[in-house]
Design a protein around this ligand. Structure first.
Ligand SMILES: Cc1cc2nc3c(=O)[nH]c(=O)nc-3n(C[C@H](O)[C@H](O)[C@H](O)COP(=O)(O)OP(=O)(O)OC[C@H]3O[C@@H](n4cnc5c(N)ncnc54)[C@H](O)[C@@H]3O)c2cc1C
Length: 323
């Protein structure tokens, strides 16, 4: 009772950040539940795991098979559902990623456990698991509570929803399963990863984002904001219209059709605060908004708001930073 199982993802032979976020949250929940935390890694060779990774779980189950060099949905669903049936965890967690979106519903059907997808928060009411999900691109938040008599539950977690803990201090027992037998023939075939253009910067890892919206007015003025970001030691991100107009490449875009970000500080300049944008900054720390329209919806989610022309604000801040 109270055990948690986390499905760990990798891509191109490296551990995915989302799995560290989830296992950090799982550690917190497992402590409250006084349960054991198990991490499951399916890989051709799991030697990409950081040396301290096992300390993040009580037990690390590594299933090594060539089929798992990339995501093999059929084989993964077979192996994980078997582990769930054997161990009956209270909670199963995985990323709301292409892998998790495939795997979560399949595991729910195979194990009969209820599923809550795309969760941005997870809490406990006693031993009962509750989640918060975003609906309609972040316009609505739904609170989901699993039934008391549920024999467990499965959750897919939106990337960026939880911070990564420095360490978890668990003494990971390693269980290695090689050449998992009787894997069924695949119903799909992995072909390749198509790079969406990671670009020179990764806005998902930035601690300070200076984000520009349509209010910047023209491409030529973005350089002024770059200078500000440079002085602040931050990175430039943007809203979708900035990408649609070809002012910045897609990898700068924050939001439902862009990236979810989790900077310590998010400085939004000339961004109205449409829900598709705001959904991408749910994991941000302090949000500072600058907009010349005092009724702009971005002020509803901002910790600090400045009603001002963004360039006047930027110039004043640069002057202060230059002193
Ligand atoms: C399916 C779908 C997916 C979408 N996905 C995304 C997404 O991932 N990310 C995203 O951002 N959007 C997304 N959108 C678009 C979204 O609905 C909004 O249209 C968009 O976020 C608005 O961008 P904006 O705030 O930059 O522009 P606007 O809404 O035009 O706002 C510009 C703001 O700048 C202010 N402003 C103007 N000039 C100045 C100035 N000089 N100084 C200060 N303030 C000024 C204005 O008052 C205004 O509030 C999506 C839409 C759809 C339908």
């Amino acid at each position: 009772m109270g055990d948690i199982l986390v499905f760990v993802e990798h891509r191109s032979v490296s551990l995915r950040e989302v799995s560290l976020q989830i296992i950090s949250k799982a550690d917190e929940l497992a402590t409250k539940l006084a349960g054991r935390l198990t991490a499951v890694v399916l890989a051709a060779k799991a030697d990409f795991l950081p040396s301290d990774f096992s300390s993040r779980a009580d037990r690390l189950i590594v299933v090594e098979d060539e089929r798992f060099s990339d995501f093999d949905f059929t084989a993964a669903a077979e192996v994980i559902s078997k582990i769930i049936k054997e161990q009956s965890p209270h909670l199963v967690m995985m990323g709301h990623t292409p892998w998790g979106m495939d795997l979560g519903p399949a595991l729910s059907v195979r194990t009969g456990l209820p599923l809550s997808t795309d969760c941005v928060d997870i809490t406990l009411d006693g031993t009962r698991v509750k989640t918060v999900r975003q609906l309609y691109g972040g316009k609505l938040f739904a609170r989901v509570s699993f039934r008391d008599d549920s024999k467990g539950c499965i959750i897919t977690v939106r990337p960026g929803s939880f911070p990564v803990a420095a360490s978890c201090g668990r003494k990971g027992e390693l269980v290695r399963i090689e050449n998992a037998a009787n894997l069924p023939a695949s119903s799909s075939r992995f072909i390749e990863y198509l790079d969406t253009g990671a670009g020179e910067i990764d806005i998902t890892q930035a601690e300070l984002l200076v984000s520009i919206g349509r209010g910047v007015g023209e491409k030529e003025r973005i350089e002024e904001i770059r200078e500000l970001a440079g002085l602040l030691g931050g990175v430039v991100s943007c809203s979708r219209p900035v990408v649609d107009r070809g002012w910045l490449p897609k990898y700068h875009q924050v939001g439902t059709s862009g990236k979810s970000v989790k900077p310590k500080v998010y400085l939004a300049l000339g961004i109205s605060g449409a829900f598709q944008h705001v959904a991408g900054i749910a994991g941000a720390g302090t949000v500072i908004a600058v907009n010349k329209d005092k009724k702009a919806p971005i002020f509803r989610v901002a910790d600090y708001g400045v009603v001002e022309d963004l360039f006047a604000f930027s110039d004043a801040l640069k002057e202060e930073l230059g002193k």
